[in-house]
Ligand binder design. Structure first.
Ligand code: SF4
Ligand code: SF4
Length: 132
């Protein structure tokens, strides 16, 4: 890990991360509130019930794709971003709650990001892939 990078500074890592927080991983839960649903309903100009029907799985989480990604994660080859960024759920906008990102403490997940950061710090890439 570069001396000037630490999982404590997750903002650096977010730029290189595939967005683990946007995937359904063991032990993680995205909790959607009624307020979140209403915000989406106003955004899409549809009733709250229609939001639930289209996007909600069970009572309070978003549907996911086969690979576990949130249905609102736009997965491009050079760009991974939330397609509803401006109206995303509160949990998404607050995560990781001014604390170190917990996913970066999982060695298997960190190992997939670290080489990209090393290359960037070595000058291999000037611009990290845009994520958010
Ligand atoms: S999992 Fe952590 S490092 Fe990755 S995008 Fe989410 S907050 Fe950033
Ligand atoms: S709503 Fe956006 S930020 Fe939240 S999990 Fe889905 S893609 Fe990620």
């Amino acid at each position: 890990m570069p001396a000037n990078s630490s999982p404590l500074d997750h903002s650096v890592y977010c730029n290189f991360c595939p967005g683990y927080c946007c995937y359904k991983l063991p032990g993680s839960t995205l909790y959607i509130t009624a307020e979140d649903i209403n915000r989406l309903a106003r955004h899409f100009n549809i009733p709250d019930g229609e939001v639930r029907k289209r996007y909600i799985e069970g009572k309070n989480t978003f549907k996911t794709r086969k690979d576990g990604s949130c249905i609102f994660l736009a997965n491009g080859p050079l760009c991974k971003r939330c397609s509803i960024h401006m109206v995303r759920p509160r949990q998404c906008s607050e995560f990781p709650y001014n604390k170190p990102c917990p996913y970066l403490y999982r060695q298997d997940l960190l190992e997939k990001i670290q080489p990209k950061i090393e290359i960037s710090h070595a000058g291999g890439h000037r611009d990290p892939p845009l994520r958010w």
